[in-house]
Each structure stands twice: as C-alpha cells, then as structure tokens.
Design a protein around this ligand. Sequence first.
Ligand code: NAI
Length: 387
Amino acid sequence: MTDLAERGAARVTWIRSRMPLLRDIRNEFAERRPFAGRRIGMSLHLEPKTAVLLEALQAGGAEVVATGNHGSTQDDVVACLREQGMTLFGRRDDDLDQHAGNVARVLDAEPDILLDNGADLAAGAIERGLPVIGGTEETTSGGDRLRRDLPTPAFPIIVINDSLLKAIGENRHAVGQSVVESFMRVTNLMVPGRRFVVAGYGWCGRGIAQYLRALGGKVAVAEIDELKAFEAALDGYRVDTLENLAGWGDTFITATGAPNVISLPVIERMTDGAVLANAGHFPWEIDTAALYAAGETTEVTDGIERVDLPNGRHVVLLTGGRMLNLAGREPKGNSLESMDLGFLLQTLSLERVATRAAELAPGAQPVPDDLEREIARRMLRAMGAHR
Ligand code: NAI
C-alpha cells in the first residue's frame, strides 16, 4: 500500500468505527447481496464517510465506479479505495473541466444504478439514453434540477434530501454544527458577539443560525419566502433584506441553493473586512465572478482570499465560495452520526431501486415512508433513545 493509501485507510478505519448503522447494513448486505451483478456509478464527495458507504455497497455485491464532487475530493481516501478494487476518478485539485471529464468517465462505464449529488450523472444518463434501472439523488439542488430543468428520466430516482429524517438530522443539525466549526477552523475568528447574516432560512440556514447563536453570535436572516421569514422572526432573529443587512453584518453565509444571492452591489455596501462564505451545494450563491472581476484578489492562506474593491474597502472570501464545510483546510464535513443516518438512507434506497425498481414510478420521488420509519427506529436504537 502506498503512504497516501495508508493514510486514507487509517482515517477510514476510524470513521468506520463511528458509523454503527452502516456497519450493520454492510453485514446485512454481505448476506443479502442486493447489488450482485450491478454496477453503481457514483458522484459524491469522496471523503472517509463516503468510503464507508461505498464499502457497504461493495459488500452487497456492487461494482463501484465513482468520482468526487468538485473541490472536495480527498486524495488519500481515493488511494485507499482504489486498493480495495473500486474504480475512482478525480483529484482534489481538479478544475471544473477535469471534474466534468470525471463525471463523463463514470457514465462511460455504463452504470446500472446511479448514486448522484447535484444530478450531474442523471443529466448525462438521460442525454446519452443509458439503460439505467434507477438511482438516488443526495441533494436539494439535484432534486430541484431533476424536477424543474431536466426531462423526466425513464427510471426512478429517490431523492434522499426529500427525507424529513435527513432534513432534521443532516441539513439542520449537522450542517449547522459543521458550518460553524468550519468558519472557526478556516478563519480562527471569534463567533461570540460577531454579527452574522444567514441567507436562506430553510433546513440548512435554520441550523447555521441556531448554532451561531448558541455560541454567542448575533444573527440576522435574509429569506425571500414569507413563511420562513416569519418563522425566523418568531425564532428571534433580525429579519431583513440583504441590501439592508449589508452594512450591519460582518460575516455573511449563504444557504439557499440559488445563484447570485450575494451580488456585487450588495458586496459593495458591506463594511471593510466583511467575510463571505457559502454552505449551499453550488459555488454560485456569492457572485464570485463579478467580485473577482471588480477587485484585486490576494490569496491569504488556504481557504482565505482577500479582495480589495475599488471603493477602498475589502472583503474576505472563504473557500472560493465553495461549500465551507467541505472545502478549505482539513475539511471534516458533517458529523459522523448524521452521515451514518444519511448514508443508511442511501443504502436502503439503493437496495429498493436494485430489488424493486419496477414498483417505483419513473422520475424524482421521495424516500419511501416505510424506509424512513425503519431508519428512524434504527437511529433511535443506536442513540439509546426510546419512544
Ligand atoms: P431549503 O429549500 O430547505 O432552503 C433554502 C432556502 O433558501 C429556502 O427557504 C428559500 O426560500 C431560500 N432562498 C432562496 N433564494 C433566496 C434568496 N435569494 N435570498 C434569501 N433566501 C433565499 O434547502 P436546504 O436543505 O436548506 O439546502 C440549501 C442548500 O444547501 C442547497 O444548495 C443544498 O444542496 C445545500 N446543502 C449543503 C449541505 C452541506 O453540507 N454544506 C448539506 C445539505 C444541503
């Protein structure tokens, strides 16, 4: 084993030991072999927790062909999984074109089942007319894309993010915790007393706002949906438009899934030294293209850029506008327990696709209710909680 693969293996071993739900399902899959003879094509952040997910699928008989998502691939984990016979494409430093090439190579392998994140694989499979039997989609943004932008595929895609269980366990509580942890790790700045603006009060935004406030941050929310804005107001946050909050906040975190939420005119109204970060899936929530074009950029350190604006002020951009909790220095991603839960949803949904695809309607759909409840029971048992 190479040094790189050994480093990856050591990290995967530790993570595996903290993911009891996946360990159990891996053992069950080794007996049931639901994926025997199937090739699963994956596009998902390649980090140690994903490695444990892939091991469970492989134990269930799947041949795995995978790529990471742009900017979050951990090279030591890739090296370790290659040693286990999986076909993996992509490196941490890949640019967007190289990433697109990696996605294409996964599709070239003609997978039977897709495990997608952002609907890149589904889009390619639809365009190429691949004989896919079904798949899963991890994110809100991918689910939106499947429903709004892409033609309905001939095969079912279970959207993991439509799961209430995942929304509570991961989007809210785990993203909340990990975004705050990442802000502190990347910047080493203080949270207590700091003025944060959270754009989007959906599942992720609620958690980010909650954990920032828990550490003493002063939090305001910008939200375009009146019901969620109302909820934020009743939860005790200042609620206002980004234009009005631009001069108040000293740190801005987006979690909307929408493009150009923080536009250049908003950035130009910010105070000197304002910090910008994104937690949403796509690196487009902050208009970084306009920002880079308008100002002079200096890379301060890994994950921190200073952009001096013509108005004499500067802003600090974290992780180039990519997901704060998955990019930057030594990214940890979401908590192990939350990913254990999220990946159990993945594995059981993939098993449903592999064994009962004909019972599922074509196109995007939520996790079947019986699976949600089964996983909630397993999670409660693992936590020692009773009902
Ligand atoms: P959600 O749909 O629950 O919330 C998004 C909220 O943003 C909605 O309330 C919407 O009204 C609001 N919004 C949309 N445009 C806006 C604008 N211009 N200004 C202010 N608010 C706006 O979605 P969720 O689950 O919170 O996900 C948000 C993003 O985070 C997605 O891109 C998702 O893929 C991503 N995500 C990131 C994770 C991570 O680990 N960093 C994990 C899970 C999801």
